[in-house]
Design a binder for this molecule. Structure first.
Ligand SMILES: *Cc1c(COP(=O)(O)O)cnc(C)c1O
Length: 383
């Protein structure tokens, strides 16, 4: 357990549920990625955790930013980050928003279809554009496939078309899926991109950039490869497929930058059984799917959860544990966190006890509902 975060909880006793984010860990994660991929430019995926403190820290460290909307662009600009360090990476944008981003100084835009490319050419004349290709999302715990990207034939056709439009065909992007633990997935995508680069070069389009996306993991209940392993594997792949003509590279870490920096504290609201001989107790927390833990959908992301023994009182504490179903506090039956995944909690657990949900720095505050059932959005403290 992170001592700085533990001390904050003990001294401040904040109301639950809340997320405490350690900015030192964000800085460590940034440095580790930079060391692992020394030639790649880091574009932090703002959606993972857009807290002003996180964005300011990363601006100071020299990071660039992957954004998905005008408000995200404005949040980044508010930290003093120059617009040249911002990419508008969403492939689904209103033309008015493209124009607004362009007015704000953004010159790098993603697309994966012809109508989107046309919008960019009209609203952001002269901008650099990159085409996102489809990936399978295989091996990822939170795949992003299908919705984003186009196939290689279409990408080639569109980048060729872009040459004769009012934009600069600049590169290709992909995302191997979030929480990607299979290093080979980058190699598969990089080999396809290299092929695309060669085919386009043959018809007079010289691309300069490959955007390797996000996917760098956070350690949840099981180990993940270290940043260095990702860096080595990606570098080897670039060498293999591009030889000594490796283009400029970009990475867009979201989860890998902030996931491990956060801990949520939550209070047990109720422990109950559905029948006298129910084999599993139901443990209802004051946070659920609608309070920020949306990534428990299909039990995809399994956070490590720690019961605070000292909270339970010396006498009543029984170390014996038993399987539980974990659920949130709202009146929606979809608000169950884990039923199939095995989570065990002490038999002595009761309402009022506290639990800590670890590795929750990414994709929690932004996924929290505004006021479902009257519950306030997830509070965050950056320390
Ligand atoms: C969400 C997103 C990311 C970040 O992905 P992680 O798996 O969290 O690193 C990067 N790039 C794009 C385009 C995204 O949509």
């Amino acid at each position: 357990m992170n001592q700085k975060i533990a001390r904050f909880f003990e001294e401040r006793r904040p109301q639950t549920p809340c997320l405490v984010l350690d900015l030192d860990i964000v800085e460590q994660n940034y440095n580790a990625l930079e060391t692992a991929l020394p030639d790649a430019r880091i574009f932090y995926a703002v959606k993972a955790n857009p807290a002003a403190e996180v964005l300011s820290l990363l601006t100071r460290l020299g990071s660039a930013f992957d954004t998905a909307s005008v408000p995200e662009i404005q949040m980044v600009l508010a930290t003093g980050c120059p617009a040249e360090r911002i990419s508008y990476g969403n492939t689904i944008k209103k033309e008015a928003d493209i124009r607004r981003a362009y007015e704000l100084g953004v010159r790098l835009f993603a697309f994966d279809s012809e109508p989107e490319l046309e919008k960019i050419a009209r609203a952001a004349p002269g901008a650099r554009v990159f085409c996102r290709i489809l990936t399978s999302g295989e091996g990822a715990e939170w795949p992003l496939s299908r919705k984003f990207g186009c196939d290689l034939d279409m990408a080639r056709e569109l980048l060729l078309k872009a040459k004769d439009m009012n934009v600069q065909p600049y590169g290709v992007s992909f995302h191997v899926g979030s929480q990607q633990k299979d290093l080979k997935q980058w190699d598969l995508a990089i080999s396809q991109v290299a092929q695309l680069f060669r085919e386009l070069e043959a018809v007079g389009v010289e691309l300069g950039m490959i955007n390797l996306g996000g996917g760098f993991p956070t350690r949840y209940r099981s180990d993940v490869p270290a940043s260095a392993a990702y860096g080595q594997s990606i570098f080897d792949s670039l060498r293999r497929h591009f030889g000594n003509r490796i283009p400029e590279t970009i990475v867009e870490p979201g989860r890998g930058m902030v996931g491990s920096a956060g801990v949520i504290e939550s209070e047990v609201v109720l422990v109950s059984r559905k029948s006298a001989n129910d084999s599993k107790r139901w443990v209802y927390l004051d946070i659920g799917k609608f309070g920020g833990l949306a990534e428990t959908m299909d039990e995809a992301i399994q956070y490590p959860i720690e019961v605070l023994a000292e909270e339970m009182g010396e006498e009543s504490f029984d170390p014996e544990t038993e399987a539980v179903v974990l659920a949130g506090p709202t009146c929606d039956s979809a608000d169950v966190l884990y039923e199939k995944a095995e989570y065990k909690m002490p038999l002595a657990l009761k309402a009022g006890d506290r639990v800590r949900i670890h590795a929750t720095g990414a994709y929690t505050t932004t996924y929290s509902a505004v006021c479902f059932n009257g519950f306030a959005p997830l509070q965050q403290y950056c320390i």
